[in-house]
Write a protein that binds this ligand. Sequence first.
Ligand code: BES
Ligand code: ZN
Length: 612
Amino acid sequence: MAPIDPHSYTDSTHPKTTHISFTFYFDFPSSTILSSALISLSAPFSGDFILDSRSLSISAVLDPATLTPLPFALQPTPDAVLGQSVTITLSNHSQLLVIFKTSPSSSALQWLSPPQTFNKSFPYVYTQCQSIHARSIFPCQDTPAARIKYDAKLNIPRYLSAVMAGKHVNRRDPLFRESQGACDDLLWCGEGRVVEEFVMEQPVPPYLFAFAIGELGFREVGPRTKVYSEAIPDLLDVAAREFAGTEEMIKVGEGLFGPYEWERFDLLVLPPSFPYGGMENPRMVFLTPTVIRGDATGAQVVAHELAHSWTGNLITNKTNDHFWLNEGFTTYAERRIVEAVQGKERAILNCGIGWRGLVKEMERFKDNMEFTKLKTNQQGVDPDDVYSNVPYEKGFQFLWRIERQIGRPAFDEFLRKYIATFKFQSIDTDMFLDFLKANVPGIENHIDLKEWTEGVGIPPDAMEPASDIYSKIVSLANEFKLGRMPNEDEVANWRGQEWELYLENLPKSTEASQVTALDARYRLSESKDYDVKVTFLELAISARCSNYYNEVEKTLKEVGRMKYLRPLYRALVEGTGKDEEKIFAKRVFSEARACYHPIAQGVVEAILTKHV
Ligand code: BES
Ligand code: ZN
């Protein structure tokens, strides 16, 4: 008896779940889902079988063959990070049927009332399961070490539609008479309802389980890509334009990493409260609307989520301690796709922004260097609390270092072999290192693999990227420190990323008068590009430019993407060392809270309580 993952109660001696058949009845008025899950195991099991759950009400566990109840017990006191274990007594069972209900506070689900959506007239609900929130939707072995296939029947109001990380097989009326057994009970209620059916035929880790329900529409943007959003023609049109280059990127990805294994690559643009830039849900990537700026910059986020189709979704980190295997590889792969479609300069700028982000994280974790390692120990730690650039950018740096050592052609061949060897498996850092050493003999004599994967900080052979544009931006930022602002000619070709990099390189100690002067000339506080706007506002907060606090408040109330919430709230509570800003942050949060996804609520609460 031993747990296999610090974030799950899953036991090493238990059979793994291979398949789950779901029925979900979505009750919008109560923000709950009435559910059943028919769980199939890889082998029959006798004894106490353990699943993860969080804030679920389980009404029964049944033997699906006889519908007789099986004894089960819920851990009496939930663990703050892991939630509640469910222990079910099995006797030679290889299947069990769980009847349960989600809670309105399910950490994976955001229920939006009509005013919180773009269309203002219909409710909306969507999931975000990574890293350990799937257990708040259904009881499961919520570890990426367990891969499951599933099918799902979603009973929803007829005026809405559903999308899922799965193949859509049917939209049909509820079948009153034909339903058989307890599994179908939830599909009986037919008045004004419709049933949408999906199937996921490839084994995926539970964190990739995903659906969204709302008044949705779509546009076709490529042979295997539709873009979905709320059914507002203007929104759909700009989204379709923004993501028009998707098929080209899929082809580039296939050329670099091998066949695209998921058949479809659809995109869903969520309401602004979506807490991430993007989430790589298989067959149906979720995206923040903040990437739609009408200038195809959304392509970078799409390149990233697309890259996960190989690194993350095909090869998955075994536990969150090896999260860099997902995000570091994906950041590397993303930049290779960007380089192929947008050119080397764009890719180098991305690396440069990444490098700045990595350097910044070293400061953030200076009292807790554990989280500057690639391979981490997250025992007792909530992954949402330690989410950072480190797995992305230090992971990228490690792979880039290997590329420099062996040359690009050899590294490309290595990557393709790595993906072909481990696809549909969940692996850890040592498995990667063993594979590396076996396929690149002698690599350990040139690169200190242990320092890279187990050491803290940035290794000496990491490299700040270099290009003419990158160096020019950094030197202009240095000149600003001496009082010279870039002139119009120098910034004429700058897009959002150039500005972001420039601002990132300005010192935190910039004077309020300089911040205001820069904005008077270049209107950065009004940028439609949130990456630019938020980086500027962070600087304005550090300089205590209170004339920008209205804009800060507005921003914190209109988007729920944590990439923007984190730095703004952090700048307010840590950046100035003054009570005024802390009180302001608390007030804004109390007013904005209800619009944030539960994960974002938790993250902001952690920032405020640590420091206020
Ligand atoms: N898988 C991540 C998002 C994530 C990570 C969700 C950890 C929950 C826990 C996704 O692929 C991602 O990295 N998104 C980035 C996109 C960016 C790097 C282009 C984001 O949201 O900012
Ligand atoms: Zn990612």
